[in-house]
Ligand binder design. Structure first.
Ligand code: GLC
Length: 780
C-alpha cells in the first residue's frame, strides 16, 4: 500500500544486495539408489524420482531428508519407470527412454537431456543452493534463443523472456500493468521453447516464490522464501506434450456443463430480485442469449455468506426457478470471510466447532473484509473443507448449480492485503504457517466448494469460478482474471494473459468483458464482446459506481453487433465443446497462442494480438479504438476468412480490414469446423449440427474429434456420450471425410450431422465414407 511512496525503494526490500551469500549444495558425499535416487551432499540432500519416462522430479532439502509427500498439486504417484543407472568417473548417469540425467559429483550438478541428447535443464558454476534465511534457489542455464511461457496469471506479453515474477496471491484492484506481477493466482510453472522444441518446469513450492528470467544473460533462477527446492522437469518435446505432462501431474479440467460455456452477465451488483428479473426479461425480449446471471455481494444479508438479504431478495428460490424457466441460471458469490457476529449461525458453528484460522497461541485471526471484522475458515484441514462444502446445500437446495469464489487469496483490507503470516494452518495434521500456505488457500477453498457441490447436485456438473488459486486449480474451477479496467490496454493484455493461463493448465478462463472498473464505452465494449465470444470463459462484469455495460446500454447499433457475437458463441458451441472435451482429456488449452501449433515458426513466438481456438482457427480481433485495419500473420497453410470466404496463403502478413461489426477469423484449409445453430434462450442445444469442411490443398490429412453429450450430468462417465473420430483427406479430385471411429451411446436431438463442402473447386467431389452424400448418421 506504500508502493507509491519512497518506501517502494526501501533498501531492505527486494533489491539485489551484494552481500547475499548463497550456500551451494557442494560435493556429493554419499548416494543411495535403493528405491528413490538419493544423494547426500555437503549442504543439502537430494532425491530424484521419475514419475514417467518423460517426467523427473528433483527435490533438494538443505536441512533434512527431502520431504516427498506434501504437494497440494500433484495427483499421481510415480509410475514404475525403467531407469538405467551407471557411474562414469565423476558422473552418474540416470537414463529412461525419454530422459537422461548427467549428475556431476563435485560440485553436485544435474544436467537433464532428452532422448536425442538435447539439453533441457542444466546447471553451470551455480546449481542448487540456499541461504541462511531459509531461501532456496536453483540456477539454470539460459540460451539467448530461449522463450518462456506460462507462469499462470501474469500481466504483460506472451513471451516472458527478460521478465521477473513473484508468486504471491494478491488482491490487486489497481493497477494491472506490465510490472504488476503478483496477481490473484500463483502457478509456479513455465514452458521453455528452445529451437522449436519445448520442455516444462514446475516448481512445487507454496511459499512466496520468484522466477527471474531477466537479471542474467547466462542463467535464469527460481527461488522461494522457504521450504525445499522441489521441481519437476517435463521432456516435451512439443508444447502440447509439455501440457499433457504437466496436467498429468496436476490434473485436468472436469468437462464443464454447456451452460457454463454460454454467456454470463454480471455486475457488482444487481441489487434486488426486481432488478435481476428485469435484467433477465431484457435478454428474453431482445433475444440475446444468456446462460448465467451472477449475484454479487449485495444479495447477502450484511455480506454474510450463506444468507440472503430478504428485503432485496425476498424469495430467492422462486427467483431461481423462474429464471431457470427462461433458460438462465443464477451464480452467487461466496467469499471466505465469515462475519464476526455472535448471532450468525455460520460464525457460531465456526467458533464452536473450531474451524477458523488461529494464531499459535490459540486466538482466532480476524481481518476486515466486506462484512466488517471476519474470521477465515482453515481450508487446509479436511474437517473444515467438508463443513464448508456441506454448507453449500443452502444454495444447491434452492436450485443453484454454480458458485463464484472471490477474495480467496485471502484478501484482507489491511497493509499486507492478507492474513498475518504467522497465523497457523492445521494442514491435515502437519501444522504450519500462513507464510507457507498462503498461495494454496484459494485452491483449497475451491476444492471444498467444488466437492461439496458435486455431492449435492445429484449427478449434475457443478460450476465454480475462482479468483485465487495455485497449480492444480483447474481441477475445481474456472478462473477469471480479476479486477481489470475498461481500458483498451486491458483488452490487449487479456489475450496473452488468457493464453499463458491456458499454457499453465487452466483452460477455462477469461477476463471481465468490457472491463470491471472505469467507465466502458460503446466501441470498447463491442470489440471486447467480439473477443469474449471466443475466449473460454465469457462474462461481462462491471463495478459499482461505473457505467452499466449490458449489451444494450449504448444504443441499437452496438447492441445489434454484440447480439450477433453472443449468438455466434452459441453457434460455435459444438466446436467449443469438443475443444473443452479435449482439454478435459489431455489438458490442452481451448484458446491457444499460435506457437502451440507452429513451434517452429519464430513469427509466432511473441504474437500477442492473435489467438487460436483449437488447432485450425485463428482470430485476429481489433484491439484499438478507431482502427479498422490491422496486420494479421498467417502461418503455414492456406487460410479461409470465415465470413468472406477469401483465401490467404500462409507464412505472410496481411493488412486486413474490419469494420466495427467485423472480427477477422481464419479457418485453415483442409480442416473442419463444427457449427450449431442459435434458436432461442431456452433452446441452447442445437437441433442441427453442421460439419463444414474447408476443402484443402492436395495431399493434406486432418484428424479431429467431435464430442457431444447431455451437457450437464456425469452420465458421460458411464458411456452416455457421442464421440466421432474424423479424418479429412484432400486431393485435387476429391475431399474424403471418413468417420474412423464412433464411440458412446448418447443419442442427441439431431439424428445426423450435415456435411458442407466449403470452397470445393470445379470437379472436386466430397465423399463421405466413400459415398457421395451430405450427412453422417449419429444414431445407429
Ligand atoms: C472484487 C472482485 C469483483 C467483485 C467485487 C465485489 O473486487 O474481484 O469481481 O465484483 O469484489 O464482490
Amino acid at each position: 500500500m506504500l508502493e507509491d511512496t519512497s518506501f517502494a525503494i526501501h533498501p531492505g526490500k527486494d533489491q539485489a544486495s551484494k552481500a547475499v551469500v548463497y550456500r551451494d549444495i557442494g560435493n556429493l558425499i554419499a548416494e543411495d539408489f535403493s528405491t528413490i535416487y538419493k544423494f547426500t551432499c555437503e549442504s543439502g540432500n537430494v532425491a530424484i524420482q521419475f514419475y514417467t519416462s518423460s517426467i523427473v522430479r528433483i527435490t533438494m532439502n538443505p536441512q533434512t531428508d527431502p520431504i516427498l509427500n506434501q504437494s497440494k498439486s500433484i495427483i499421481v504417484k510415480p509410475e514404475t519407470v525403467k531407469v538405467e543407472a551407471s557411474s562414469k568417473g565423476e558422473f552418474i548417469i540416470l537414463a529412461t527412454s525419454q530422459l537422461q540425467l548427467k549428475i556431476r559429483k563435485a560440485p553436485f550438478r544435474v544436467d537433464i537431456f532428452d532422448k536425442l541428447g538435447k539439453e533441457l535443464v542444466s546447471e553451470t558454476e551455480r546449481g542448487m543452493a540456499y541461504r541462511e534465511n531459509g531461501e532456496v534457489v536453483a540456477f539454470k542455464k539460459m540460451y539467448d534463443y530461449d522463450h518462456f511461457y506460462g507462469f499462470g496469471e501474469k500481466s504483460g506479453h506472451l513471451d516472458k523472456r527478460d521478465e521477473k515474477f513473484e508468486m504471491w496471491n494478491s488482491d490487486v484492484y489497481a493497477p494491472h500493468n506490465p510490472e504488476t506481477n503478483a496477481l490473484y493466482e500463483s502457478i509456479p510453472y513455465f514452458m521453455t521453447l528452445r529451437n522449436g522444441r519445448a520442455h516444462g518446469v514446475f516448481f512445487d513450492n507454496t511459499f512466496r516464490s520468484k522466477f527471474d528470467m531477466a537479471s542474467s544473460e547466462e542463467y535464469y533462477t527460481f527461488s522461494a522464501e522457504g521450504g525445499q527446492l522441489d521441481y519437476y522437469v517435463m521432456a516435451g518435446p512439443e508444447p502440447k506434450s509439455v501440457l499433457e505432462q504437466y496436467t498429468y501431474l496436476t490434473g485436468r479440467i472436469p468437462l464443464p456443463s454447456k451452460w457454463s460455456l454460454g454467456y454470463h452477465q454480471s455486475r457488482y451488483s444487481y441489487e434486488s430480485e426486481t432488478e435481476v428479473r428485469e435484467l433477465a426479461q431484457y435478454f428474453i425480449d431482445k433475444d440475446i442469449p444468456v446462460d448465467v446471471i451472477h449475484l454479487d455481494i449485495h444479495y447477502m444479508n450484511g455480506y454474510r455468506v450463506f444468507t440472503f438479504d430478504k428485503e432485496r431478495f425476498p424469495n430467492p428460490e422462486k427467483l431461481i426457478s423462474d429464471l431457470r424457466e427462461m433458460g438462465i441460471r443464477v451464480v452467487p458469490i461466496v467469499d471466505p470471510g465469515v462475519k464476526k457476529d455472535a448471532e450468525y449461525a455460520i460464525y457460531q458453528e465456526g467458533v464452536n466447532e473450531d474451524l477458523f484460522c488461529k494464531y499459535i497461541e490459540g486466538e482466532t485471526y480476524f481481518g476486515e473484509v466486506w462484512p466488517g471484522v471476519s474470521a477465515f475458515p482453515d481450508f487446509t484441514e479436511e474437517k473444515v473443507r467438508n463443513w464448508w462444502g456441506e454448507k453449500h446445500a443452502f444454495y444447491t437446495n434452492i436450485g443453484v448449480e454454480g458458485i463464484w469464489n472471490d477474495m480467496n487469496e485471502p484478501a484482507v483490507f489491511n497493509e499486507s492485503k492478507t492474513m498475518d503470516l504467522e497465523v497457523m494452518h492445521r494442514n491435515d495434521g502437519k501444522p504450519t504457517t500462513h507464510r507457507e500456505l498462503h498461495n494454496v488457500y484459494g485452491l483449497l477453498m475451491g476444492k471444498a466448494t467444488y466437492e461439496g457441490m458435486k455431492q449435492q447436485l445429484d449427478g449434475k456438473r457443478p460450476f465454480l469460478l475462482t479468483r485465487a488459486g495455485y497449480a492444480g486449480v483447474q481441477r475445481y474451477a474456472s478462473v477469471w482474471t480479476g479486477d481489470n479496467r475498461s481500458f483498451w490496454e486491458h483488452l490487449q493484455m487479456s489475450l496473452p494473459m488468457v493464453m499463458n493461463l491456458g499454457l499453465s493448465g487452466v483452460a477455462f478462463t477469461g477476463p471481465d468483458v468490457g472491463g470491471f472498473a472505469h467507465d466502458t464505452n460503446a466501441e470498447l465494449l463491442t470489440r471486447w464482446t467480439q473477443v469474449g465470444a471466443f475466449t473460454p470463459f465469457f462474462r461481462n462484469h462491471s463495478a459499482i459506481g461505473f457505467r452499466y455495460q449490458e449489451p444494450w446500454q449504448f444504443g441499437e447499433k452496438y447492441e445489434a453487433i454484440m447480439k450477433r457475437y453472443i449468438q455466434m458463441r452459441y453457434e460455435w458451441m459444438p466446436q467449443l465443446y469438443s475443444l473443452f472435451y479435449e482439454a478435459s482429456q489431455k489438458g490442452l488449452p481451448v484458446m491457444r497462442p499460435l506457437l502451440m501449433e507452429y513451434p517452429q515458426d519464430e513469427k509466432t513466438y511473441n504474437l500477442n494480438d492473435q489467438f487460436m481456438l483449437g488447432d485450425n482457427v485463428i482470430f485476429a480481433p481489433i484491439l484499438q479504438p478507431a482502427i479498422t485495419d490491422r496486420a494479421v500473420y498467417l502461418p503455414k497453410g492456406n487460410w479461409v476468412e470465415f465470413s468472406t470466404g477469401e483465401v490467404f496463403e500462409g507464412e505472410k502478413t496481411y493488412l486486413i480490414h474490419a469494420e466495427l461489426e467485423d472480427l477477422p477469423i481464419f479457418v485453415k484449409q483442409g480442416t473442419a469446423l463444427m457449427q450449431g445453430e442459435w434458436v432461442s434462450n431456452t433452446q441452447k442445444t442445437p437441433r442441427n449440427v453442421n460439419m463444414n469442411i474447408y476443402a484443402g490443398i492436395a495431399g493434406e490429412k486432418y484428424q479431429f474429434t467431435y464430442y457431444d453429450d447431455d451437457g450437464e450430468t456425469f452420465a458421460h462417465e458411464e458411456g452416455n456420450y457421442l464421440k466421432l473420430d474424423i479424418e479429412v483427406i484432400s486431393t485435387n479430385a476429391k475431399v474424403e471425410v471418413n468417420v474412423v471411429q464412433k464411440q458412446g451411446n448418447f443419442i442427441p436431438e439431431y439424428k445426423e450431422i450435415t456435411i458442407n463442402g466449403i470452397g470445393l473447386h470445379d470437379g472436386q467431389v466430397l465423399l463421405i465414407n466413400g459415398q457421395q452424400r451430405n450427412t453422417i448418421p449419429v444414431v445407429n
